[in-house]
Design a protein around this ligand. Structure first.
Ligand SMILES: NC(=O)c1ccc[n+]([C@@H]2O[C@H](COP(=O)([O-])OP(=O)(O)OC[C@H]3O[C@@H](n4cnc5c(N)ncnc54)[C@H](O)[C@@H]3O)[C@@H](O)[C@H]2O)c1
Length: 336
């Protein structure tokens, strides 16, 4: 049985990960500083996972965790700041959390003997796509501080893998993660979430007065940005496979793998899918492009399919949108 330290554990994706690890019979210690998450008791209270409130860069906090759990053998590192637009306004926050604290965290766990690491990287490390779909060896030329702070951490892990030759680390480059747990146990709950599907679901539920559509003049099929949406349960399964792969492979070191379906949907297509699933025709205001948004990001996923034998189960945009909408609607009904 594995003992896994999950950082950013109270966040959107990590909550799905914690449930999945517990389903597999793993022991889980979750660490989160609450910068983008709600009351942990609502989620962790009923679970057999331990929750620690703390920052990944707080060495005293990490000392305490490893004092009590010296047998932690794996780490899944989700913690970080995640909003591209915010990263343009506050790049210092992004380098601090995503790069500097991440280095302190990895340096600490490596010196405590952890050799199995999965890191949440991002398609944001690629910048503007020179080819579509984007393969892992595409140039890494991020166009915003968020992407650069993630790329710097990829470099850190690549260099640390040279220092610790028995380290096995998989850097999963997520494309757009969406949807909610197919068993309805959790979903997007971050207070500041403003991903497209989340915002469109809120507009459909009347929680906001319509929504903005940023940029209608991109060089794409309908002029709006194109993204590759991956269901959060499929993404989490990729992490389970990556943990196994890290442990089994003879080829130690750092490797990067895209996590996406290889299928792009435009912002307009997504909005229309939310309208269809919800049965609500909410207002959409066309606004100027946002800074830092590449036109199209679609994953080449051959590597993860081959190396991890990963097979998506929920590769259907209506399944993704309806799981997100149902979760949001239930939360909304409960708060009334
Ligand atoms: N959601 C996506 O579509 C997407 C795409 C690409 C990459 N990612 C990456 O996946 C990871 C998880 O994303 P998410 O969507 O679940 O975001 P999220 O904001 O819901 O979760 C991140 C969690 O990390 C915590 N956190 C932030 N800084 C911390 C720190 N210094 N110490 C401890 N905890 C800290 C936050 O409180 C939050 O609960 C992030 O690293 C993000 O960059 C997400």
């Amino acid at each position: 049985m594995k003992k896994v330290l999950v950082t950013g554990a109270n966040g959107y994706i990590a909550r799905h990960m914690v449930l999945s690890l517990l389903d597999q019979g793993c022991k889980v210690i979750g660490l989160d500083n609450g910068v983008n998450s709600k009351n942990p008791d609502m989620f962790f209270g009923p679970l057999a996972a331990e929750y620690v409130h703390g920052d990944i860069g707080d060495l005293a906090c990490l000392e305490n965790i490893f004092y009590r759990h010296p047998d932690i053998d794996s780490v899944i590192h989700f913690a970080g700041r995640i909003y591209v637009s915010e990263s343009l306004e506050k790049p210092d926050f992004y380098y601090q959390a995503n790069t500097i604290a991440a280095f302190q965290f990895f340096n600490f766990v490596l010196h405590r003997g952890v050799r199995n690491i999965v890191f949440s990287s991002s398609a944001g490390v690629y910048g503007e796509a020179k080819t579509l779909p984007i393969p892992e060896n595409h140039p890494r030329e991020p166009i915003n501080p968020y992407g650069r702070s993630k790329l710097a951490t990829e470099w850190i892990l690549e260099d640390m893998a040279a220092l610790f030759p028995d380290l096995s680390v998989t850097m999963l480059r997520y494309f757009n993660v969406a949807g909610a747990d197919m068993q309805g146990r959790t979903g997007q709950s971050s207070p500041k979430a403003h991903h497209l599907i989340e915002v469109a679901c809120e507009a459909a539920l009347g929680l906001r007065d319509g929504m903005a559509l940023f940029g209608t003049d991109y060089n794409t099929q309908d002029g709006t940005c194109v993204r590759d949406y991956i269901h959060v349960n499929d993404l989490v399964n990729a992490h389970l496979s990556a943990l196994k792969y890290n442990a089994m492979t003879n080829e130690k070191g750092a490797r990067a793998m895209n996590c996406g379906y290889g299928q792009g949907y435009s912002n307009l297509e997504i909005i229309n899918t939310v309208k269809k699933i919800s049965g609500q025709d909410f207002k959409v205001r066309e606004e100027a492009r946002r800074k830092g948004d590449p036109a199209a990001l679609v994953a080449a996923n051959d590597m993860i399919m081959t190396a991890l034998d990963w097979r998506p189960q929920y590769n259907d945009i209506e399944t993704i949108v309806s799981s997100a909408f149902e979760w949001k609607k239930r939360q909304c009904d409960q708060s009334r």
